[in-house]
Ligand binder design. Structure first.
Ligand SMILES: Nc1ncnc2c1ncn2[C@@H]1O[C@H](COP(=O)(O)OP(=O)(O)O)[C@@H](O)[C@H]1O
Ligand SMILES: [Mg+2]
Length: 590
């Protein structure tokens, strides 16, 4: 249970005051009572001595008192107490409270303690119960008369008088102390309020500070420890505010860095729970936004990422680099580098950096394939040339029948080599951007006519039916004439090559939304569906042997694609195996 400081201070103050008052009360009342009693005894003693003097003045020559009872009555009446006169044999001869008849019945007083004491010491005191008047009394007695032989005068006051006084005293001091207590409670309440108010205010400010509100400042300016505390709180608030501001700025900077990074970043804590994932990694692995608090495998659904994380956290190795392949959301190869975060010799987590090296690996593979393909493509004609040349050298040169055929083959293969090298060089120059293209408004019709002219011999040899469908007012296109001609020639050459005898080829050109589109269709062998996506790759051929046989290099479509793309156009193919193919491309009109 929480007890407020205000109440605690009140309780302490009031307890202290109460304790003081109680001790004070008992001390005061006991001392005052003792003082009152002593005062009463002193008074009684003085009155007794006075009464003794008076008695002795009333004595006759024979040391005898004639009217003792009336004297006792007078003394008692004047002093408002009980006076008793006792003869030296103990007989009571006068008493304020008794008349003459009653006096006779009173027993001898010689053995009363105060009388005995008066005899032995000249003065006697006794407190006891009087059966005569049925009260507790304080008795005091002295002998009187010449040589103290006439008798004793005794005065008595009821002790109840003292008790009454004591009670009144207790009541008055009690009331006074209660008033003091009430007053103290009010003062204590006021003081505890004054002390606790700034503390309560500071506690409230500290609470709102914890919630991130640093606008409130304590309004306490006292020059004491509480004032110091308020100043410290105010200073602390400014410091924390500044620090939070700096941390926020750092956070914004870090966010900006992480967001702009091309690499994927994942930060996990020492238990392997994700603290942070940057947008690149989110995109790379299709991770939902609420990945915080999950494990790497839960967030990425890739077990290798979890394995690498575990490995770093367990081994605390400085750097772990691994290459992983993922199939979801797309086929990708990722290079993952992970380092542990170690501070003051304790592991605090790990950072994993993901590089998408899919394209790099693909290019590597393409390059390797390319080198392999080029070597292969070169080797075949060279081997043939070498073989026939050797055969000729070995004597076949004298064989008139074969020599022409052999040299014909050597010629054909060297043409193929020349074509291949031309195509390779073209491709390399287009790809590297070294081939300067000059874009001018170009009319397609003469280009197409000249290409068909080049292929006329083959078309005729295969008895192909060629039709051209082109609007009369076809707009000019923005193109490099030589390269556009190369595109048409390659596509038409393929159509001729891959269409059996007596087939037909149709070229149609039309305008399609600021673009001029050309479609070259044939009724040829067609391309299997699985090969379609790769048909524009270098050296990719559906049937290598057949292509080679008819003089193909496998580079034609690749060159077409590159030229069309550098004209800001597009190229695509539709084909049905055994029925024919349609190659289409677009070029922007002027
Ligand atoms: N019109 C077509 N009909 C059927 N197959 C074709 C056609 N055009 C191209 N191809 C296929 O695409 C491959 C690549 O063509 P290309 O790059 O021009 O190389 P090449 O003609 O030297 O073989 C060819 O080998 C062939 O298999
Ligand atoms: Mg070709």
């Amino acid at each position: 249970m929480k007890i407020k400081l205000h109440w605690k201070l009140m309780f302490i103050f009031c307890s202290a005051v109460m304790l003081g008052l109680v001790v004070g009360y008992f001390y005061l009342t006991s001392h005052l009572t003792a003082y009152l009693e002593a005062n009463l005894q002193n008074n009684l003693k003085r009155q007794l001595l006075l009464s003794k003097d008076f008695l002795e003045s009333q004595l006759n020559i024979s040391n005898h008192l004639a009217n003792a009872d009336s004297i006792a009555d007078r003394i008692g009446d004047k002093l408002r107490l009980r006076a008793t006169i006792i003869a030296n044999d103990g007989t009571v001869i006068g008493d304020t409270d008794l008349n003459a008849a009653e006096l006779k019945a009173v027993e001898n007083h010689l053995n009363r303690p105060e009388i005995q004491e008066a005899i032995s010491k000249g003065f006697g005191v006794s407190k006891r119960y009087s059966y005569t008047i049925k009260k507790y009394l304080l008795y005091m007695a002295v002998p009187f008369g010449r040589e103290h032989t006439a008798g004793f005068i005794r005065l008595a006051v009821p002790l109840s008088d003292i008790e009454l006084l004591e009670q009144r005293l207790q009541k008055t001091t009690g009331i006074a102390f209660l008033l003091i207590l009430l007053f103290s409670v009010i003062i204590a309440s006021l003081i505890s309020f004054i002390i606790s108010r700034p503390l309560v205010e500071m506690a409230a400010i500290a609470r709102v500070m914890a919630k991130g509100d640093f606008s409130r400042k304590p309004s306490i300016y006292s020059k004491d420890e509480i004032g110091d505390l308020a100043m410290a709180l105010s200073y602390m608030s400014d410091e924390i505010k500044g620090k939070i501001e700096r941390i926020k700025q750092e956070g914004v900077k870090l966010d900006a860095v992480l967001a702009s990074m091309f690499e994927g970043i994942m930060v996990v804590d020492e238990k392997g729970i994700i603290l942070l994932i940057n947008p690149s990694l989110r995109k790379l692995l299709f991770i939902d936004s609420d990945s915080q608090g999950k494990t790497p495998v839960e967030a990425t659904r890739v077990t290798q990422v979890q394995d690498i994380t575990d490995k770093i956290l367990q081994s605390k190795q400085s750097l772990i680099s691994e290459e992983i392949s993922i199939s979801r959301p797309a086929e990708k190869i990722l290079a993952v580098n992970g380092v542990p975060i170690i501070r003051n010799n304790t592991l605090e987590g790990a950072v994993l950096v993901f590089h998408d090296i899919t394209e790099l690996r693909r290019l590597e593979r393409v390059r390797q394939d390319f080198v392999a393909n080029v070597s292969h493509e070169l080797r075949t004609p060279i081997a043939s040339i070498k073989g026939y040349a050797e055969t000729l050298l070995d004597g076949a040169i004298d064989d008139k029948d074969n020599v022409k055929e052999f040299i014909g083959i050597i010629h054909q293969d060297s043409n193929r080599l020349a074509n291949l090298i031309d195509d390779l060089l073209d491709l390399a120059r287009i790809e590297s951007g070294k081939l300067k293209m000059i874009f001018t408004p170009t009319d397609i019709k003469p280009i197409l006519d000249s290409c068909l002219g080049v292929l006329d011999k083959s078309i005729k040899a295969k008895r192909l039916f060629v039709s051209v469908d082109m609007p009369k007012n076809l707009p000019h296109v923005l193109a490099d004439e030589k390269r556009l001609s190369q595109v048409f020639l390659n596509l038409l050459d393929n159509a001729v090559k891959y269409t059996p005898d007596a087939g037909s080829i149709r070229v149609s050109v039309c305008v399609n939304d600021k673009l001029v589109q050309a479609d070259i269709s044939d009724t040829g062998i067609g391309i299997p569906e699985k090969d379609l996506p790769r048909i524009f790759e270098r050296f990719y051929r559906v049937d290598k042997a057949r292509s080679r046989e008819i003089g193909g290099t496998g580079l034609g479509l690749s060159i077409v694609k590159h030229i069309v793309l550098s004209h800001n156009g597009q190229v695509w193919v539709k084909s049905e195996l055994g029925r024919g193919s349609t190659f289409s491309f677009t070029i922007p009109q002027v």
